[in-house]
Design a protein around this ligand. Sequence first.
Ligand SMILES: [Zn+2]
Length: 510
Amino acid sequence: MKAKKISALLLAAAMTACAVPAQGAAADEPKVPKYIFLFIGDGMSYPQVQTTNYYLNAIEDDGDDILTSESKLNMMKFPVAGSAQTYDSTSFCPDSASTATSISTGHKTYSGTINMDEKMETSYETIAEKLKKQLGYKVGILSSVNLNHATPAAFYAHQASRNNYYEIGQELIASNFDYFAGGGLKKTTGSEGDQTDLYELAQEAGYKVIKTKAEAENLTAEDGKAIVIDETLADDDAMSYDMDLEDGEWGLSDYVKKGIEVLDNDTGFFMMVEGGKIDWACHANDAAATITDTVAMDEAVGKAVDFYNEHPDETLILVTGDHETGGLTIGFAGTDYDTFLANISNQKISYAKFDSDYVAAYKENKTDFDTVMADITELFGLQAPTGTTESSNQADSKDVHPEGEEDKGSLVMTDYEYQKLQNAYEETMSRTGEEEEFGQEEYLMYGSYEPLTVTITHILNNKSGINFASYAHTGLPVEVFAMGVGQEQFEGYYDNTDIFNKVAAITGVK
Ligand SMILES: [Zn+2]
């Protein structure tokens, strides 16, 4: 490792004069970054970044009266920060297919479309394809959700619909990219289930397909192109929420570290890393999972920063989001000017794991509310109003303290909150799972989520002083953090298509 580093330094010193491939480049012309990292936090806009940072500060609160907030996240320490607007050809509240298309190709298109124009006639070549074809860079595509989901797909596929999972999988294989890692492929045998398995096709095309952590650990560059699927897949065959990982299980940063290992070469590489479950957590209005997955992506950014520190003159790292999800905000009508972000640390499990490991059993066993309430206290910290813990009776209002100073930030529910929780429990227990449409009131309260679970996270969020406005994406701009060769290009307030334009300009690809 050390020898390699020294030889790389010597090589870099010897080659500074000829490192720029552009013809007629002046000696002082900026270099082309040989190593490019693009991190996309799906659904990660300013609220997700800032809530996470405030949360990390809040849980360290030393009781001092004077509030402070250090920048705890790697991405916040980058020297350059810009902003990008995210609208697409359909909406100011865009989706991941079109926004990733903008980032990847510099073109706007309709929501749901991957790298094709609005007429579905022309397909666009992506930055990853250009860097591989024109500069010979190795390419890595990583995601904590399915590898043929919209965001990763936008770097190698060209499809009228993001739902063409099988065709996207075929394009993944045809891309000849070097390293894919993260969540499992969706619809591996097609929508009818009668086509050749995508993993089988990948192997036939020369990919080493890996599905265990042990094999992933042993993967080296000598193994050639590889598709690494996480061993312990969770909801929808995505990787687990970071807060649900068991000791020793790999998170996103482990796959980034391995990616650097297998992609590192003298010509260069491009690595796109999606923190895809930030978006899923925000859709479900689960602030704890949002924060912990934002931290997980930032740890992955940390691996790129480590690499940058070894190759500062040849590396560019970008960290952005594709759009905001959930309309998250810091502040809530019920807490006015206060926040109690440390309350979120009481949540021990993601909404998805609570659904699969608890709620499914409640429905099956017709579990009574008191038993459920004990789990809620254990897993989310929320407590029944005083005096009602052993009874499913309505909260006795005279036992509940008015919201005085001493109760600020308390996790003891008010009558109003407790009633909402009981109603949600009833709604969850009465649903069969066959419901296709919800009334306006049901949708506003629960979205398409399990009423009990989303009500628990709503109450905990609100008791923490934060709130979500939507179960969908919103029109907020996203941050663009930049560090390394060409970083200054990313200052300002621009369009997400300019992220492509800037990377293309810096690297000189056509
Ligand atoms: Zn989304």
